[in-house]
Design a protein around this ligand. Sequence first.
Ligand SMILES: Nc1ncnc2c1ncn2[C@@H]1O[C@H](COP(=O)(O)OP(=O)(O)OP(=O)(O)O)[C@@H](O)[C@H]1O
Ligand SMILES: [Mg+2]
Length: 262
Amino acid sequence: MSVATAPAFNALPSSPAVAVTCRGVVKEFGSGQTRIRVLRGVDMDANFGEITFLVGPSGCGKTTLISIIAGLLTPDAGQLDVLGQRLGKLRGGRLVDFLAHNLGFIFQQFNLIPTLTAVENASVSLVAQGVGLGKAVKMAGEMFDRLGMKDQRYKYPNQLSGGQQQRVAIARALVHKPRLVICDEPTASLDAETGRAVMLMLKELALASTRAVIVVTHDDRIHSFADRINHMSDGLITGVTTQPPPDVDSTRSPVQPAHQES
Ligand SMILES: Nc1ncnc2c1ncn2[C@@H]1O[C@H](COP(=O)(O)OP(=O)(O)OP(=O)(O)O)[C@@H](O)[C@H]1O
Ligand SMILES: [Mg+2]
């Protein structure tokens, strides 16, 4: 009896170096004649110990894809392995528990809770893990110091600028040291210096061989922080470029020209 060759999307790598594997991921929105296929069979990997960028024009499906990787949206087809878990097999409380412990997500629209102070907002992921509120607020406060937000701790989101709200969202995503950090435009409303500080924090996290970072961005200023750049267009990954291994300091390695599909 001959052994049939498995279709590509079944060939999930078992290598521990791979943190996220997407194979043939499809997502559609709407119904009837207005139904649109936003992801058209995405294959993408993100490795442990790396910062993986996802870039592409507005509307090509970046936020949709990372929302699926983060378990916030369910794909219509395809397979997804996140930190060794087949995500589609986790349901209800097990999924919530897995995400709370392992994932930090920086949303494009911040999604802060308006009735909590900045430092309480940043403590939410720790509290969800069972850390006491006092200790969680203390740990979040330390993140605020690193992000130049010491004086903003007790303000409410509506008392903060867009850039300050973004830093609260960043503190919330990183404070519990998740194994997978997913960021949607993390530096979009930050000045160059703060943006660089944020990327250095992400780099520090990603340097651990048990952690991975995925960043969606339009911000050319931070491209040198990427280890691998996935180029997306019209619901598909159209190419991947990698940064050469750094000689001295990876954050200063030359920016690779974007790979263009013809
Ligand atoms: N909940 C939804 N219902 C219907 N259409 C949606 C929904 N979410 C996204 N879309 C559509 O899917 C497409 C991809 O959206 P997505 O937000 O993933 O793009 P993006 O690449 O992140 O864009 P941007 O760079 O502007 O953030 C867009 O055409 C968008 O209008
Ligand atoms: Mg988006």
